[in-house]
Design a protein. Sequence first.
Length: 186
Amino acid sequence: MKFNRTFVLYQAPNLMPQLMKLMTTSLLALLLLLNASCTTEDAIETIETADLSIDINLANETDWPMADEVLQLINEHRNTLGLCGLTADHGYASAYAVDHTKYMIDLERISHDGFADRARALKNNGAISVGENVAAGFDTAQSVVNAWLNSPSHRENIEGNFTHTGFGVMQTDTGRYYFTQLFYKK
């Protein structure tokens, strides 16, 4: 017993660099999650009684110049991997994305609340699989795409087996951007 205690005390200083690295990595991951998040329909429960109707005109409310730049950067990345580019959906997917972005703006935080309903609605319109990335606080397309690419789960959606994407990119009155990007395969 005494040998074990001495051994543990002797080894403890050698563990400090590893512990500090783990704490730093964990803190960085937490900060990224506070500003960017993603999910797939497998991660969220479905509420069966939800109303899945949407006003398709909501899609017009997205900041299309910013969304187009995000899509261009994502498609450039996909092309470097030999993946087909995603096609922008200016209809249902973007309407659902705008609706969710408005919700996040009201909350003043990012979330995936209601993702299962968005996924189900897109599947009702022909999607086979659906994924979602959300973010807030990035002021350029490059910065939000970089953040998503530096996160394994976000990168998974960007590089996923999807064919189409919808956007809800909106700026608050204070100039803070919120992003919802829905990915789906037809």
